[in-house]
Design a protein around this ligand. Structure first.
Ligand code: FES
Length: 130
């Protein structure tokens, strides 16, 4: 099944679909609309892959686009956490990211670089893209 296209205001997935430190839920965002709203500092494609994860019971969404090179980061679809379920790790060159901020803390990314945060809100059991 292909990843769903989620528009701002739509439900990405339900909280019960995400285990802490488990598989991410992958989706697609329409870039131009988000770019206007949150000033994403990249350009090129109209639609971009994204994901939401559960980290220690809180939910975080990012573009699935490594800060080192513009590549998706999964080891297998949705596999982004390390074995300890502590960090997000890019499968290509092993950049390591804090799950709650998207800041790269080691690996080949530039110092201070980070994943592009997507704004979400949890209402009840729904995780909504803002
Ligand atoms: S593309 Fe992610 S670490 Fe190089």
């Amino acid at each position: 099944m292909s990843d769903p296209l989620i528009q701002p205001g739509q439900v990405i997935c339900r909280t019960g679909q995400l285990e802490p430190g488990g598989l991410a839920f992958r989706f697609i965002v329409f870039y131009e609309e988000l770019c206007l709203r949150i000033k994403i500092p990249i350009s090129v494609e109209d639609h971009l892959p994204a994901f939401v994860v559960n980290y220690q019971g809180n939910y975080y969404a990012y573009l699935n686009r490594c800060a080192h090179l513009p590549m998706q980061m999964d080891w297998n679809p949705g596999e982004l956490f390390d074995d300890a379920k502590r960090y997000l790790v890019c499968a290509t060159h092993y950049a390591v990211y804090e799950p709650d901020t998207g800041v790269c803390i080691s690996g080949p990314c530039r110092l201070g670089s980070q994943l592009v945060v997507l704004p979400i809100r949890v209402i009840g059991e729904d995780i909504i893209l803002l």
